[in-house]
Write a protein of this length. Structure first.
Length: 343
C-alpha cells in the first residue's frame, strides 16, 4: 500500500533538491505547507505567485522566498522552476494543473484534484501527454508515520480481518466570505474534509466500495453540504463516516478487526509540534503508541521531490485521485436519490 517510506531516503540523493514555485498565497500554504517544505532535504521554495505583486511580495518577505510574481502565469513562465504546489480554491485545481503541465512543471495539487469525476478523468488523460512530469493529489496524511504504523499492524494481521472503519472530521465555519461556504466553486464539507474519510477507507481496505449510501444536510444560505454521513460497502467490510463544516471541531478514526482495534487520535491534521498518539487494542489489552514529532507536509514535499529526482512513481498515483472523486460523487448521488448507488 505504501511503496515510499520517508525514513528510507537513500543517502546518495541527500544533496539534490527540486526547485519549487507556489501558485497562490492561500492560508494553508503560508501557514503550514511552505514552512514545512522549507525544512525538507529535497525541496527548495524559490518563488511564490499571487493575483497581485504586492501580496506575493509580502508573502515572499515573510517566508524568505527569493522571487515574487504578480500573476500565476508569470511564475509558470520561470523556466528555472521544476515543480509547483497549487493550494488554489477547488474550482481552479483542474485548469491550473493543466497549465502547469503545459509549462513543463511537475504538480503537487491540493485535494480535491478536480470538481467532479469527469474532470478528474480528463486530467488523468491529459497527464498522459506529459509522461516526463509527475502529478499528485496532496493527501498529506498518507505520509505520516502514524498511518504507516497503522497499516503495518493491519497488514501483519494484528487486528485480524478488518470489518469496519469509523471516521469523523468536523469544524465550525459559517463565514459567508470563506471559500468553503461557496457552492459554485466547490465548497462544502465533502469536498473539503469528507474526501479524507473516503480516502482513508479506500486505503485501509485497499479496494473500492461496491456500493455507497449518503445522507446530506445542506445549508439554506450557502447551498453547501454542512453535514454529510455515508456508508461505504466494500463487501468484506464497511466504512461509516460523518463530516461537517458546522459542528464542534473533532476528528478521529477507529479501525475494527476480528481480533483488535486501532484508534488514531488526530488522523488528518496531525500537529507538527507535538507527538501523536494511536491506540492498539488486541482482545482486552490496549497499548498506547506514541509517534515522534514530525511534519507530514515536509514528508509529502520530500517524497514528491524524490520521485522527480529518481524518476520513479509518486507515492499516490493520480488514478487514486480519480477513484476517490468517483466515490465522493456517488455519495452525493445517493443522498439525492435516497438509495444505495454504485460508483
Amino acid at each position: 500500500i505504501f511503496p515510499f517510506k520517508y525514513a528510507s531516503l537513500k543517502k546518495n540523493y541527500i544533496m539534490k533538491k527540486i526547485l519549487w514555485g507556489i501558485i497562490s498565497t492561500a492560508k494553508i500554504g503560508i501557514e503550514k505547507v511552505i514552512p514545512a517544505m522549507q525544512l525538507g532535504k529535497h525541496s527548495e521554495i524559490v518563488a511564490i505567485a499571487s493575483r497581485t505583486h504586492e501580496r506575493a511580495r509580502e508573502a515572499a518577505e515573510k517566508l524568505k522566498i527569493p522571487k515574487a510574481y504578480g500573476s500565476y502565469q508569470e511564475l509558470l513562465d520561470d523556466t528555472s522552476i521544476d515543480a509547483v504546489y497549487i493550494p488554489l480554491p477547488n474550482h481552479m485545481h483542474f485548469p491550473w494543473t493543466i497549465k502547469s503541465l503545459t509549462a513543463d512543471k511537475h504538480v503537487l495539487c491540493e485535494k480535491p484534484i478536480a470538481l467532479n469525476a469527469a474532470e478528474a478523468k480528463e486530467l488523468l488523460k491529459e497527464t498522459q501527454k506529459y509522461p516526463q512530469l509527475k502529478v499528485m493529489e496532496a493527501f498529506m496524511y498518507r505520509h505520516h508515520p502514524q498511518w504507516l504504523r497503522a497499516l503495518e499492524l493491519i497488514n501483519k494481521g494484528e487486528i485480524g480481518l478488518v470489518k469496519t472503519v469509523h471516521s469523523f472530521f468536523s469544524y465550525y465555519n459559517d463565514d459567508p466570505e470563506n471559500i468553503r461556504n461557496m457552492a459554485d466553486i466547490g465548497g462544502g464539507g465533502l469536498m473539503d474534509i469528507g474526501c479524507y474519510c473516503i480516502s482513508i477507507a479506500r486505503l485501509i481496505f485497499d479496494a473500492e466500495p461496491q456500493r455507497v449510501l449518503g445522507k446530506i444536510e445542506y445549508d439554506p444560505r450557502f447551498r453547501t453540504d454542512r453535514i454529510c454521513s455515508g456508508i461505504l460497502d466494500f463487501g468484506r467490510g464497511t466504512s461509516t463516516f460523518t463530516c461537517s463544516t458546522q459542528l464542534v471541531p473533532y476528528q478521529r478514526v477507529n479501525i475494527f478487526g476480528t481480533k483488535g482495534r486501532i484508534e488514531i487520535e488526530i488522523p488528518f491534521n496531525a500537529p507538527p509540534e507535538q507527538p501523536c498518539r494511536m491506540f492498539f487494542q488486541c482482545k482486552d489489552k490496549i497499548e498506547e503508541i506514541e509517534i515522534k514529532i514530525c511534519d507530514q507536509y515536509t514528508m509529502q514535499g520530500d517524497l514528491f521531490s524524490l520521485a522527480i529526482i529518481k524518476n520513479e512513481k509518486v507515492p499516490t498515483p493520480l488514478e487514486d485521485a480519480v477513484a476517490n472523486m468517483k466515490v465522493l460523487e456517488t455519495v452525493i448521488q445517493s443522498a439525492d436519490k435516497e438509495s444505495w448507488c454504485k460508483p
